[in-house]
Design a protein around this ligand. Structure first.
Ligand code: BTN
Length: 318
């Protein structure tokens, strides 16, 4: 019911009388008053003026599933959204949900993570209510060797959504860091459960620094707020990302990975740059010349040899 009241207040121009609300929502004025108190306790600022009624002044900077879901209009991604206050990692939550057979597209997000994790065993710093930290459960019918496509697709979707809601033009550093001005804005972590060659489910974890201040960021990191010089409503950013993920995921399912690659290349911070890549086999340096169908990066070494890398840590040199 609170969702309906909030929706109603949002759609109203100026003050709306208790009488009108009570009629339209089919609820007593006392019940409306009680809901208003509860909404205020959740952080909504609601003005109440005798003879005029109620007006929504400000929404709390909190992730609330109905705020995220209202008007989302997606068919798969975010049909189910679970919001937690503090978790170890949303990846752990998503694994649990995946094992419990949650529907495809289920999203679990948290205001804070005590053990947020990144690629290559790194930590993902997740200060409370500053960023978006979420994991998405997907059940694609893809063979294991095509799963890298999901990561590239997610990077494209994330970069596109960021561009849509801000004036920034983020780039993608292979395989899946989202950069602005060579500083890291967001990261993507893909994990999965599979038995033999059969993928059970894939978890795509996304961490985006939204209203994070400089002192809360890792060296080399940035946030939407630092980059754009203003704060963002996280629910709005979240919706844009979920819609974009749906758009690109559907393309992937429709065998249009070519379009994903095209877009990835357009937004690449890596191609045509000199790079150093470190992985378990050592370090190589050269020019990043292309991305191949299975998501690998092709590097031309100084001796002309082309090396294909499926994983690794990239340093952009010039
Ligand atoms: C990386 O850049 O190394 C990937 C970072 C991924 C961070 C996100 S935050 C939400 C989800 N939960 C985690 O513990 N990690 C991912």
């Amino acid at each position: 019911m609170q969702e309906r009241i909030i929706q109603f207040l949002k759609e109203s121009d100026g003050y709306i009388s208790g009488e009108e609300m009570s009629q339209r929502l089919n609820m007593s004025r006392a019940a409306i008053w009680k809901h208003m108190q509860e909404l205020r306790a959740q952080g909504y600022e609601i003005a109440a003026v005798p003879h005029l009624g109620y007006q929504l002044v400000a929404c709390p900077d909190k992730l609330l599933s109905y705020e995220i879901q209202s008007g989302l209009n997606t068919k798969i991604i975010g049909k189910e959204i679970i919001v937690r206050e503090t978790v170890t990692s949303t990846m752990d939550e998503a694994f649990r949900l995946g094992n419990e057979n949650c529907p495809e597209g289920t999203v679990v997000c948290a205001e804070a993570q005590s053990k947020g994790r990144g690629r290559l065993g790194r930590a993902w710093i997740s200060p409370k209510s500053k960023g978006l930290y979420f994991s998405l459960v997907l059940r694609p019918q893809l063979p294991l060797n095509r799963l890298a496509q999901l990561t590239l697709m997610s990077a494209v979707a994330l970069a596109e959504a960021i561009e849509e809601i801000s004036e920034l033009k983020p780039l993608i550093k292979w395989p899946n860091d989202i950069l602005w001005d060579d500083h890291k804005l967001a990261g993507i972590l893909t994990e999965l459960r599979a038995e033999s060659d059969q993928v059970n489910f894939v978890i795509v974890g996304i961490g985006l620094n939204v209203n994070t201040s400089t002192h809360q960021l890792n060296a080399g990191g940035t946030s939407l707020k630092v980059a754009a010089g203003r704060s963002f409503n996280r629910a709005v950013v979240f919706q844009a990302i979920l819609r974009s993920l749906e758009k690109w995921y559907v393309k992937l399912l429709d065998h249009e990975f070519g379009l994903v690659m095209q877009e990835w290349k357009k937004r690449s911070a890596t191609l045509k740059r000199r790079v150093r890549i470190t992985d378990s086999t050592g370090i190589i340096e050269g020019e990043a010349v292309d991305l191949d169908e299975d998501g690998a990066l092709l590097i031309r070494k100084d001796n002309g040899l082309i090396i294909k890398k499926m994983a690794g840590d990239v340093f952009l040199l010039r």
